[in-house]
Ligand binder design. Structure first.
Ligand code: PHE
Length: 336
């Protein structure tokens, strides 16, 4: 009995399938179909034992030759398809050097830093120098040397942060603490500003925070008067705030006499307009000169302390001081 398998016909179909396979995975399906363990060819080879002995040799040779031809065709086609897929992938993945680059997020200075630098520039142009002072300060420089005696209400622990365990040590409540430090280190004439953080146990509201920033100014020379102080403040306010409405009224500070306050028009979140204190100032009290060892018969001077945060608020329409300290990028990015 002859084999029921037509090897030539199987081979023709296998080669046609191989040639038609368009992808490596389609080719793999062809391979399994025609040469796998359950393929017709495998069955044909397995059927050899049931053939009459005289037919086995010829049939076997024929089947094995077909198997090799199919294997060769599969291997060749596989190489072709793999090469095509690789070059297609290379074409797809090609770097397009004309594409815009990935955006790189740029940092920017915080609004308060921008405002501080700008004010520093205004004073540098007037011939002032910049001085630094410690935030952890002694009561001496923050109060006593500023003519603020023991028992003065500003010194009470309800207004001032006292540093535990270190008698006489506080967080400075004002940059005025730098005044006497500068005078001790220098001889007049001097024109100095000193920006920095200060701390108070204030109630927190839209214009108050326990930490805020001031910029101190101190001028000591011969013949300085209140007119020089007011002229300086008007110049700086004009540079910073343009035509914003402001007014100057009398005030009191222990370390200046006379003392004044400068207020500006400010509009809150609800759209209500009011006067906001922007700075305190005055003529240096002779007692402060004597703490510094200056001859108050010869030298006169003026000092001022402006709220940097408040200047930023007025300048940029920030409705709440706390927005400047929250670190919310949605706010900060508006000023970058
Ligand atoms: N240190 C004062 C304050 O914080 C401001 C001030 C500075 C007043 C210098 C007069 C002179 O309120």
């Amino acid at each position: 009995m002859a084999s029921p398998y037509d090897i030539s016909e199987i081979k023709t179909r296998a080669l046609a399938g191989t040639a038609a396979a368009g992808t490596v995975s389609a080719l793999e399906a062809v391979r399994v179909e025609f040469t796998g363990r359950k393929s017709e060819l495998a069955k044909a080879l397995a059927s050899i034992v049931s053939l009459p002995p005289e037919e086995r040799g010829t049939f076997g040779k024929h089947a094995n030759a077909a198997r090799r031809e199919i294997d060769d065709a599969l291997a060749e086609r596989k190489a072709e398809l793999e090469a095509a897929e690789l070059s297609e992938q290379l074409a797809d993945d090609r770097t397009d050097v004309t594409l815009p680059g990935d955006p790189y997020p740029r940092g920017a200075l915080h609004l308060l830093t921008q405002v501080r630098l700008e004010i520093e520039e205004i004073f540098l142009a007037l011939g002032y120098e910049i001085a630094d002072g410690p935030e952890v300060e002694t009561e001496h420089y923050n109060f006593t040397a500023l003519n603020t005696p023991e028992g003065h209400p500003a010194r009470s622990s309800s207004d001032t942060f006292y540093v535990d365990g270190s008698a006489g040590t506080i967080l400075r409540t004002q940059t005025s603490s730098v005044q006497v430090r500068v005078m001790e280190a220098r001889t007049p004439p001097l024109y100095v500003i000193s920006p920095g953080a200060v701390y108070r146990r204030d109630d927190v509201d839209a214009t108050h925070s326990p930490m805020f920033h001031q910029l101190e100014g101190l001028a000591v020379d011969e013949g300085l008067s209140l007119a020089h102080l007011i002229g300086t403040l008007k110049h700086v306010a004009g540079q910073l705030l343009g035509s914003t409405e402001y007014r100057i009224i009398p005030d009191f500070f222990p370390f200046t006499e006379p003392s004044i306050q400068l207020l500006v028009r400010w509009t809150d979140r609800a759209g209500r307009s009011s006067w906001m204190e922007l700075l305190g100032a005055g003529m240096v009290d002779p007692n402060v000169f004597s703490f510094a060892g200056y001859d108050s018969e010869r030298w006169t001077g003026f000092a001022f302390g402006m709220g940097l945060d408040r200047i930023a608020m007025v300048r940029h329409g920030v409705p709440d001081l706390r927005l400047l300290f929250d670190g919310d990028l949605r706010v900060l990015e508006q000023f970058s």
